[in-house]
Design a protein around this ligand. Structure first.
Ligand SMILES: [Zn+2]
Length: 95
């Protein structure tokens, strides 16, 4: 019975730890609305490669994993196709 209690609390603590970790990274990767608007304006609401203007995603030129930030200079709008292409080519994680 006591062993089950310990396992139960270990599971709760493990889940909380990962939940907090996930929430923190999610917050860090969040690009502010003003930055998104400024970037879109700079690229005329188009993919920086092919001028596609629907389903745009925001690519970090310097990835988070390499201390890239959410500044306007570090973000480029890309369509899903070119976003996938760039991230595959550079070996970055999709972000
Ligand atoms: Zn494109």
């Amino acid at each position: 019975m006591a062993l089950m209690d310990i396992l139960f609390w270990a599971l709760i603590i493990w889940a909380l730890y990962h939940l907090i970790k996930w929430l923190r990274t999610r917050q860090k990767r969040y690009i502010p609305r003003e930055v998104k608007n400024a970037v879109l304006k700079r690229y005329f609401n188009m993919c920086a490669v092919c001028m596609e203007n629907t389903f745009l995603e925001f690519h970090h030129r310097k990835p988070y994993s390499d201390n890239g930030d959410n500044s306007e200079q570090n973000i480029v709008p890309l369509c899903p196709k070119h976003h996938a292409m760039v991230t595959r080519y550079t070996g970055d994680k999709f972000e």
